[in-house]
Design a protein around this ligand. Structure first.
Ligand SMILES: [Mg+2]
Length: 258
């Protein structure tokens, strides 16, 4: 099996920048409903130290000095761009499975050169709707997700496309990646994995005893470990490990906070 995960870079920010392209190299953030907290930030905003979930009032000084542009969220815009992105990917893939507003799995069975496919898909989305996307490709959904993480981490080196089908490349990345970066392993689970089983990296999770993982944690953690070994456990159309944890609520703060 060969699966790609296509994910827009800083999706909400990129969507806003489409209409104000002169902001492309400036720090941009998008605030949640009611302008409570940061729900999307681009690379220049990250470089300023702005965090996801950071209260917007903390950024008002930077905004006053023109160092960051803050947008209120516009979900109907994001949804329509998302629909167009999925439609483009559907045209170019044998099968797709949208995963979130800006992420989509594509099954690349029968595609001879998956990396070239990834670069073409990226170029198509850019040309037709102007959104930058990263593409991670691997033999399971979890490895495709991790490849996508690597694509974004080393944007300049990878051109935001990473093919993770070669076992020696898989090992290298798994040894490097903190376990908390693995799909479905959030901050809480990674803290428990470390304290209870001394698992700190994706590699250690992949090589842990599956029965132990099921007993101490859940069948999802066990399946995640198998997926890291290249054994598909989250089938097409299935959501994957505890999907709810993956979605960031736009209503972290219901009201303006001061
Ligand atoms: Mg994204």
């Amino acid at each position: 099996m060969t699966i790609a995960l296509i994910d827009a870079n800083a999706f909400y920010c990129s969507a806003q920048i489409l209409f104000e392209p002169w902001l492309r190299d400036s720090a941009v953030v998008v605030a949640s409903n009611g302008d409570g907290c940061v729900v999307s930030r681009n690379d220049p905003a990250k470089a300023l130290g702005i965090k996801m979930g950071q209260p917007v009032f903390e950024l008002r000084d930077l905004e006053a000095r023109n160092q960051v542009k803050i947008f209120s969220s516009n979900y109907s815009l994001y949804q329509s761009l998302s629909n167009r992105m999925m439609a483009i990917l559907e045209e170019h893939s044998p099968r797709i499975s949208p995963y979130s507003i800006d992420e989509c799995f594509s099954w690349l069975d029968g595609i001879a050169d998956p990396e070239a496919w990834g670069r073409q898909a990226q170029a198509q989305v850019m040309r037709r709707i102007g959104l930058p996307v990263g593409v991670g490709i691997g033999p399971t959904k979890t490895l495709a997700k991790l490849a996508n993480w690597a694509a974004k981490r080393w944007k300049a080196k990878t051109g935001c496309v990473v093919l993770l089908t070669d076992p020696s490349r898989q090992e290298k990345l798994l040894r490097y990646a903190p376990v908390g970066e693995v799909w479905g392993i959030g901050r809480r689970l990674s803290a428990r994995l470390e304290s209870e089983l001394s698992i700190k990296t994706a590699w250690q999770l992949a090589n842990a005893d599956p029965k132990l993982l099921r007993r101490y944690f859940s069948v999802y953690v066990e399946r995640t470990a198998r997926e890291l070994c290249g054994i598909p456990c989250f089938p097409f159309g299935d959501t994957g490990p505890e999907r709810k944890q993956q979605i960031i609520s736009s209503r972290t703060f219901g009201e303006k906070i001061y």
